[in-house]
Design a protein around this ligand. Structure first.
Ligand SMILES: NC(=O)c1ccc[n+]([C@@H]2O[C@H](COP(=O)([O-])OP(=O)(O)OC[C@H]3O[C@@H](n4cnc5c(N)ncnc54)[C@H](OP(=O)(O)O)[C@@H]3O)[C@@H](O)[C@H]2O)c1
Length: 286
């Protein structure tokens, strides 16, 4: 266990607002690293209580509980669309927020959504893990040693960076006007990969591969693909019939897709096009 940080902004602890998957994972990971989590606030008190038990050592409160404002750092981990609404109503809890740091964890929003706190004196910012958190428990593991975008006022950035350091991560800055672009890059490789793997799983079932082998087999295959990308970069890691110019094989694939997953035909066509461009190969005629 790391030593508890005795800096001013942490002495009065942290309030986590909106304890979903990320909020709970972040709360527990920070708590384990020695950061004091004092409050977990949710619109549903029973959920706040469950989250408080998961994080440990903190108190569950409702969203209009004024004790939230006694925390030195307030982290909004609500869904993206709720950040402006929750920020607006929470900021009205008290007149002055001077000396407080308020952060949000949405990758595509700038810190302007936290203006209601800033105009009342708080330092505001955001921290976003370039990571996927399908459950609180998975997040406690995956938030260790990951990459974070951090942005905001000096004091807010200092708090966010100190957390990233405690979690053995690396931080970088993305300018506000490129946040959506940055977040799109995460979207392009994570939920899309899961969606494609799920489709692949269905095709493997149809092909008669034993169900118990499918997930480990896909996991190994995709993990190796990822390793190759990390080691060689996109163009050199590419393999498969499009890159080899085996057009008859591709035609057989398209025939199978039309039969078993016709909705994937346009996706397949565009992916092959992108693949050929990446490999520097001309598209076949017809
Ligand atoms: N999960 C990830 O992989 C991941 C990764 C990086 C960043 N993030 C960011 O982290 C934030 C949370 O994501 P998540 O995946 O943890 O979401 P989540 O599991 O769906 O949790 C969202 C939380 O927000 C609360 N909430 C939603 N609307 C609200 C409202 N109007 N008022 C008050 N509370 C509200 C929910 O409360 P109820 O339970 O009452 O609905 C829930 O506690 C998002 O900004 C997301 O972009 C997530």
């Amino acid at each position: 266990m790391k030593k508890r940080w005795r800096g001013d902004s942490i002495r009065a602890g942290v309030a986590i607002v909106g304890p979903g998957r990320l909020g709970q994972a972040l709360g527990r990971a920070l708590s384990r690293s020695g950061v004091q989590i004092r409050f977990v606030a949710a619109r549903n008190l029973a959920r706040a209580r469950r989250a408080a038990r998961f994080i440990g050592g903190c108190r569950a409160v409702g969203l209009s509980d004024r004790s939230i404002a006694t925390a030195a750092v307030i982290v909004l981990t609500v869904s993206d669309r709720a950040v402006p609404l929750v920020a607006e109503s929470l900021a009205r809890l008290q007149e002055k927020w001077s000396g407080r740091v308020v952060l949000h964890t949405c990758g595509s929003l700038g810190m302007n959504v936290l203006e209601p706190f800033r105009k009342r004196g708080a330092a505001v910012g955001s921290l976003h893990p370039f990571q996927t958190i399908p459950s609180p428990a998975a997040g406690v593991r995956s938030l260790q040693s990951c990459f974070w975008s951090v942005d905001g006022d000096r004091k807010a950035v200092a708090v966010a960076r100190s957390w990233v350091k405690r979690l053995d991560g690396k931080s970088f800055r993305v300018p506000t006007d490129r946040k959506a672009l940055y977040h799109l890059s995460a979207f392009l490789v994570c939920p899309t990969t899961i969606t494609l793997m799920h489709q692949s799983e269905k095709l493997l079932r149809r092909a008669g591969v034993p169900a118990r082998l499918i997930r480990p087999m896909l996991a190994q295959f995709v993990a190796e693909t990822v390793r190759n990308f990390a080691e060689f970069g996109g163009p050199k890691a590419l393999t498969g019939p499009a890159v080899r110019g085996d057009w008859e094989t591709l035609q057989r694939h398209v025939a199978m897709l039309r039969r078993y997953s016709p909705e994937l035909v346009p996706v397949h066509r565009e992916l092959v096009r992108l693949m050929l461009r990446l490999a520097g190969k001309p598209a076949p005629r017809g």
